[in-house]
Design a protein around this ligand. Structure first.
Ligand SMILES: Cc1ncc(COP(=O)(O)O)c(C=O)c1O
Length: 408
């Protein structure tokens, strides 16, 4: 990819995604699960740009959504409703209603109370809600505590006993149809064992439900496959598929998975330009035009993204390590700390790698910074897939109130 050309054409800061990479990752995962009927439900919280969704839809992916806004995005780009799952620990009434009216594949329940709520809304609408239960198998995914979700200390899902109660109640209800079972134990997981253990626990539950005449169609293993940010050894997709499938023998279920980061994480780059460099008595800072509102992960999780200075050949080396930081008034506003970079100058281009997942989708307007543009790279060509926001975009939801105040 010609990062300089992209930056010159579309400005910085900017996200760029390699759609051919996304295709390869999707096909690789489908191939790994080919021994069984499977559906990849892309977790669009990782990157919900409409063009990314359309690209994955064209490949055959469904969508895993965690808000009605995400469900609507998926429907908007034509993802078939029977390939849309609605997950999330706290869905409100209006969201449940809209999901039911749209007849999506299933709603993943996360509590007994939520089941009662979904049942009563389905009854009001004279519909039958297809449901799945998110089981919390109490397994340590050995990842960052903020993205670990499969332990009883985490707010997600229900324990095995509660799951059974939900299925038994749902089975008797005229307004609920239990069709699936679900777990998602965390994100950026690099060890296969937690997936193996979770699949074993949850498949045993499916067998005990079968014995109670509750037959499920979908075995949903969530997302969580880790990616290489800093040379980490990642899980081979075939080994992953094997670890899950070996627990499913004798079960007539379709395998569902919900990868987010795995599909898009390493497709993406964040481009930012150097504004200034400065040094004090013990620290050197490279100040760039991108900031934590554009890419929050380093500030939120203190996570590593490879940072590269382009066109750094023939530059004098600087002996001092530096922090690459944004202009926001927060000490957490950094991309990387204590890195060796040659001396930089104004307008130098910096590439932040592995920025395709939880990058733009976590971005905000903090400090009244317009959200950045997004560009797709596919078959050797670039195209804009989200316009950079303007000042008018920033104030559009407030301006009419200002005018009414004036006239009072
Ligand atoms: C229910 C659910 N499924 C899938 C995912 C996607 O996870 P990842 O991007 O790690 O694959 C998440 C992320 O938190 C999630 O909460």
């Amino acid at each position: 990819m010609d990062f300089r050309k992209i930056a010159d054409s579309y400005g910085t800061p900017l996200y760029i995604y390699d759609f051919d990479y996304i295709t390869r990752r999707y096909l690789e995962l489908k191939e790994a699960f080919k021994a069984r009927k499977s559906i990849v439900f892309y977790a669009l919280k990782a990157n919900s740009n409409l063009s990314v969704l359309k690209h994955l839809r064209d490949l055959g992916a469904g969508c895993d959504c965690v808000s009605i806004g995400e469900v609507k995005r998926a429907l908007f780009v034509g993802v078939p409703k029977y390939k849309i799952i609605f997950s999330g620990v706290g869905k409100c009434d209006a969201e449940i209603k809209e999901a039911l009216l749209n007849d999506i594949l299933m709603i993943n329940l996360e509590s007994f109370e939520e089941m009662l709520r979904v049942e009563s809304i389905a009854k009001e609408l004279e519909k039958v809600a297809r449901i799945s239960v998110r089981v919390n198998p109490n397994i340590d995914a050995k990842t960052h505590p903020y993205i670990s979700t499969g332990l009883h200390e985490n707010k997600f899902g229900v324990d095995i006993q509660t799951a059974k109660k939900i299925y038994l109640k749902a089975k008797q209800s005229n307004f609920l149809d239990p069709v699936g079972i679900h777990f998602h134990i965390g994100s950026q997981i690099l060890e296969i064992e937690p997936f193996k253990e979770a699949s074993k626990i949850v498949s045993d539950l499916v067998r005990s439900l079968n014995a109670l005449n509750i037959e499920l169609k979908f075995f949903d293993i969530g997302g969580g496959l880790g990616i290489d940010y800093n040379g980490e050894k990642t899980i081979d997709p075939y080994a992953y598929a094997q670890a899950v499938l070996e627990n499913l023998s004798g079960l007539d279920v379709t395998l569902a998975c919900e990868p987010g980061r795995y599909l898009v994480g390493n497709s993406g780059y964040f481009l930012t330009k150097v504004l200034y460099e400065k040094e004090n008595s013990h620290k050197r800072f490279v100040i760039v035009d991108g900031a934590m509102n554009d890419l929050l992960r380093p500030a939120l999780y203190n996570t590593f993204h490879k940072v590269e200075l382009l066109e750094s050949k023939n530059r004098p080396d600087s002996t001092l390590l530096c922090d690459v930081v944004g202009p926001i008034c927060e000490s957490g506003d950094f991309f990387i700390k204590d890195i060796k970079l040659p001396k930089t100058k104004h307008d130098d281009l910096i590439v932040v790698h592995s920025a395709g997942a939880y990058g733009f989708s976590m971005s905000s307007n903090y400090n009244s910074r317009p959200r950045v543009a997004e560009v797709a790279y596919e078959s050797g060509k670039y195209r804009l897939i989200r316009q950079r926001e303007s000042f008018e975009d920033l104030i559009s939801k407030e301006i009419s109130f200002l005018n009414s105040e004036k006239s009072e």
